[in-house]
Design a protein around this ligand. Structure first.
Ligand code: TYD
Length: 139
């Protein structure tokens, strides 16, 4: 299995259609925008100030994380290095490779974290224990 690190995570600029007086529109299309096809979309919202989310890794899932509204920080961790991404634009997405730990923190008021995922929900795909994650990275 390919082992990715935090340098493999990157911000993808999404398609943005301007309209001077009527706002903007961003499109994400399978086969065009992302290195994977989207099977599931979910979003986090109403996160109380000071709370963090995430704190897990996925064994196989790939994701695009978008601040659809407001802002938050995603801290990516490959067991050796950490890398912080501040997301605050609905036309930018953080592409997250499999096998990396993530913490989501510093949610602004009204933040909406939209996640486009390559797979359906599978409980077994999660690693929620940090020590287990470090073992997984060594393996
Ligand atoms: P989780 O992925 O742990 O969210 P976060 O990383 O933001 O804290 O999911 C929170 C809860 O929601 C957990 O009990 C599993 C459930 N859940 C589903 O049932 N289906 C899904 O597609 C997702 C993403 C979560």
């Amino acid at each position: 299995m390919v082992k990715y690190n935090v340098e493999d995570c990157k911000i993808i600029e999404l398609d943005k259609h301007h309209s001077d007086r009527k706002g903007n529109l961003t499109v994400v299309e399978n086969g065009v925008t992302l290195p994977f096809d989207v099977k599931r979309v979910y979003y986090l919202y109403d996160v109380p100030g000071g709370e963090s989310r995430g704190s897990h890794a996925h064994r196989e899932l790939e994701q695009l994380i978008v601040a659809a509204s407001g802002s938050f920080t995603v801290v990516m961790d490959d067991g050796i290095n950490k890398r912080k991404f501040f997301l605050n634009r609905p036309y930018q997405g953080l592409y997250v490779k499999p096998g990396l730990w993530r913490d989501l923190e510093d949610f602004s008021s009204g933040a909406v974290c939209m996640v486009l995922a390559s797979e359906v929900y599978k409980k077994k795909d999660y690693i929620r224990d940090y020590q287990e994650f470090l073992e997984f990275r060594k393996g």
